[in-house]
Structures are given as C-alpha cells and as structure tokens.
Ligand binder design. Structure first.
Ligand SMILES: Nc1ncnc2c1ncn2[C@@H]1O[C@H](COP(=O)(O)OP(=O)(O)OP(=O)(O)O)[C@@H](O)[C@H]1O
Ligand SMILES: [Mg+2]
Length: 333
C-alpha cells in the first residue's frame, strides 16, 4: 500500500443536507506530499468535504481512501488526519502548552515523550517562550501557529486546514502564508487546504481543485488553472478575468494579456488577423494599483467592459479612444 502515489482518494462522494446537495459526486486524488487546495465560493461545500475526509460525518454515498484504505466506519482519531479549524478551536482555559499536549495526553503518551514533542513542535513553529500563557494572550498569528502545532504534534499523515488564515489581517495573512508554505515543504506533509481566496490558493498550492455547488470544476496546477481554465467559472474564480465576444464567440483573457495604445480615431474593428485580437474601445477609468495601472475599457462593437493591467504610473484619462490588443486569449464556454 505504501507505494500508492495518492495519500487521499475521494471517490464519487455525495453529501446532502435535506434537499441541499452540499457535495455532489466529487472525486479527487491527492498526490503524496502535495499541498492541494479546495478553492471555491462560500457555500460550495468545502468545509463539508474536509469534514467528511476527517471523519466527522459519513457521506451519503461514495468513499474516502487514505493510504489506499477505505475509511468507512473509521473514527476521526484513527484516520491519521490532523485538522486546523477556521476559528482554531483552541481551549481557552488551558495554557498553550496544555493545548499542544492535549492530543498526546488523550493518546496516553508518556510524559517524557510529551515533553519532547512539545519542545520539537514549539521550536518548529516559534512558540518557545509562549507556552505558559493562555491562547487569549497570543496574537492572531501566534494563535494560528498554536492551532497548527496542535495538529502537527500528532504527526498526522494528512494535514487538513479550513481557511486557517481568514481571521488575520491582510499583512499578517501574507506573512503566515509564507511560513505555512515553508513548514509544509520542510515536513513534506500531504496537505488539503480550504480557501475561497484565489491569490492564496495560487501562491500556496501544488494543485488546486476548483469547486462549484458541490462539484469539481477543474483540478490542476496553479499554472494550468490560471492559463488554461476549462470553463468560465474556473477562469473567473482563479484570478482576474475578462470575457468578451468577437466573431460571435466568447473569449477569455487575463488583464495582463491585454495591451492598449492610444488611437487617433476608432479605426478598424475586431480584426482577428494573425495571433492577437485587435479591438477598439474607450477608456472608462484608470485605477492606480501601485505597481500597475488597471485601465477599464468599453469595447466599441460589443459594449463589453474589459480591463488591462499595464506597468505604468498612470493610465489614459476617461474618454480616451484606444486600440486594444489582446495578445493571448482563449475561447471559453
Ligand atoms: N448542518 C447543515 N445543515 C444544512 N445545510 C448545511 C449544513 N452545513 C452546511 N450546509 C449547507 O451546505 C452547503 C455547503 O456548506 P459548506 O459549509 O460545506 O460550504 P463552504 O464551501 O465551506 O462555505 P464557506 O466558504 O462559507 O465556509 C451550503 O449550502 C450550506 O448552507
Ligand atoms: Mg467553510
């Protein structure tokens, strides 16, 4: 069984709450050692799926296989999974050290082993010096690391994380995100991570599963998802996306695939000559983003609005007539 390249396999999982189908015929193979993300909008079934993997509830049908073994009827603590919840679910009345030790004490490990594991885990996560405090006396980022430590100390085969950064402010989120990636890579632990944040998913993941209404829309690397989404939902959910029609077809392009140049008059229309599409339009607004300017443009023929992101200090003012060159694009449904 050890040579199976997938640590977790989900086979045609279905979970209903009354007449809501939260997970709809969902299958996925999670490669060993990978950082795999479930990405999708609120309510698409991410938490439900994670909890089925962890064993908090059984699916209505379909199976969860961990290291090749069917988990049907296997209790959460027997599955070799560790979970970090969105709200951390730390025990507020216990010191941080007790929080870390909790799972090992339930397992009735020897005190010497517990001491050693606490030292290892707090060293790994930079929690030394904080162990005698209580969770309420930690910063958001420290609480997040404690919650991660509480899962990792049990040496899970598979780490499950449900939006673990969502209660941190933007700057701390970025820092903790980088730390998380480093720790995951150092330990090589198979990780299933839940988020609705596309940038977080793209930057952290080896693989992303895009979810929509309980179903899997696309599974692939961040690069595949960003550059070759299989449909409009996957395109829109994996980054900023433009959709526009030309020659009666719908196309998709990322804003950085769009170039603009000022044109004296709106001359030619939709010339799908060669590789690039050339369209004409008029600037609605130029938004300063710091490193880039986002220029929003109304296309002349279709009236559709698309965005270009260009490396510049400022974009053309509203009303400017421009020619729009879409250097990369894909037909999409
Ligand atoms: N206990 C429950 N009873 C009834 N419906 C539920 C229950 N839990 C979840 N649902 C519904 O199932 C669907 C999936 O919920 P789930 O919590 O898995 O979504 P999610 O992707 O984690 O969303 P979020 O990003 O908001 O956390 C939603 O429509 C939700 O309303
Ligand atoms: Mg959720």
């Amino acid at each position: 069984m050890e040579n199976i390249p997938f640590d977790v396999e989900l086979s045609r999982l279905v979970k209903r709450y009354g007449n809501v189908t939260a997970v709809d015929n969902f299958s996925l193979q999670v490669p060993r050692g990978s950082f795999t993300t479930l990405l999708g909008p609120s309510g698409c079934g991410k938490t439900t799926l994670l909890r089925i993997i962890a064993g908090f509830f059984e699916p209505d049908s379909g199976g969860v296989f961990i290291l090749g073994k069917n988990q049907k009827g296997i209790a959460p603590e027997e599955r070799g999974t560790g979970i970090v919840f969105q709200d951390y679910a730390l025990f507020p009345h216990m010191t941080n050290k007790k929080n870390l030790a909790y799972g090992l004490e339930i397992r009735r490990e020897k005190q010497s082993v517990i001491r050693e594991e606490i030292a290892n885990t707090s060293g790994l996560l930079g929690l030394d010096g904080l162990l005698d405090r209580y969770p309420g006396e930690l910063s958001g980022g420290q609480q997040q690391r404690l919650a991660l430590g509480r899962a990792l100390i049990l040496k899970p085969r598979v780490l499950l994380m449900d939006e673990p950064l969502s209660s941190l402010d933007a700057k701390l989120r970025l820092k903790v995100r980088e730390e998380l990636k480093e720790i995951q890579q150092r330990l090589g632990i198979t990780t299933i991570y839940v988020t609705h944040d596309q940038e977080e998913a793209l930057s952290l993941s080896d693989y992303i599963a895009v979810m929509h209404e309980g179903r899997l829309e696309q599974f692939g690397s961040p690069h595949e998802l960003y550059n070759t989404p299989v449909n409009a939902f996957a395109a829109d959910f994996s980054g900023p996306a433009n959709f526009f029609t030309a020659d009666g077809k719908t196309f998709f392009a990322r804003p950085e695939w769009v170039r603009i140049a000022e044109s004296a008059s709106s001359a030619e229309e939709a010339l799908p000559g060669g590789k690039a599409l050339v369209l004409s339009g008029r600037v609605i607004a130029s938004d300063f983003l710091g490193r880039l300017v986002r220029v929003r443009i109304r296309l002349e023929t279709s009236g559709e609005i698309i965005s270009a992101e260009i490396p510049a200090d400022r974009g053309p003012p509203p009303g400017t007539a421009i020619s729009v060159t879409v250097s990369r694009y894909r037909e999409i449904n």
